[in-house]
Design a protein. Structure first.
Length: 202
């Protein structure tokens, strides 16, 4: 489960999971765009636009798919509910959450975060030193640096992936678009046309 707002989805959202897939022995990567943020965050593009852009971006990658589960209810999108949904759907599978560093920074404030860890392992796409994360001391018992042990464990472990780092963020990309700077190298051709045609992020 690759969690995030994907506002918009960019090349790093595709390239990094593709590169780490085998390293973490992942059979499938499911993009799960946030629908209603638990922290009241508003999005710059609509849910349907973000979903459409993800669909465009993952074309040609058989192991990528998308779930709109978080948009099936009027309720807030709590990750614990998403985890329970996928655990029920994939009963015999070991589940992993993939998330960016920005999302993980406040993980200890997430609704039932320890319950999440009792069901899944977490892969954090890290850019900086892990000591900057919110209340990292609380999480140290969950951190597993040995990739083999991490992959063998079904739940309760966190691994920081630093093998491949992004040179772009959605925030920086939105600013580029707003300033009418060229952004074609950071999104798929289809999404470049999609954003331009719909006038998103202006």
């Amino acid at each position: 489960m690759y969690l995030g707002s994907f506002d918009p989805v960019h090349t790093a959202h595709i390239d990094i999971p593709r590169k780490i897939k085998d390293y973490y022995a992942l059979e499938k990567i499911i993009f799960v765009p946030t629908s209603k943020s638990p922290v009241g965050r508003s999005f710059f593009a609509s849910y349907s636009d973000r979903v459409n852009m993800i669909k465009n971006a993952i074309k040609g990658h058989k192991f990528f798919t998308i779930s709109t589960f978080e948009n099936t209810s009027e309720k807030i999108s709590f990750t614990i509910d998403t985890v329970h949904y996928f655990k029920k759907k994939f009963k015999n599978s070991s589940l992993r959450i993939i998330m960016g560093e920005d999302n993980f920074c406040s993980f200890t404030s997430w609704h039932k975060y320890t319950d999440i860890l009792s069901i899944v392992n977490i892969i954090v796409l890290s850019r900086d030193n892990i000591e900057r994360y919110d209340k990292i001391d609380i999480l140290k018992k969950y951190i597993e640096k040995n990739i083999n042990l991490f992959n063998q464990t079904k739940f309760g472990k966190i691994h920081f992936s630093t093998l491949h780092k992004s040179d772009i963020s959605a925030t920086a990309l939105r600013e580029m678009i707003k300033q009418n700077e060229s952004f074609k190298n950071y999104v798929s051709k289809e999404n470049h046309e999609y954003i331009e045609k719909k006038g998103l992020y202006k």
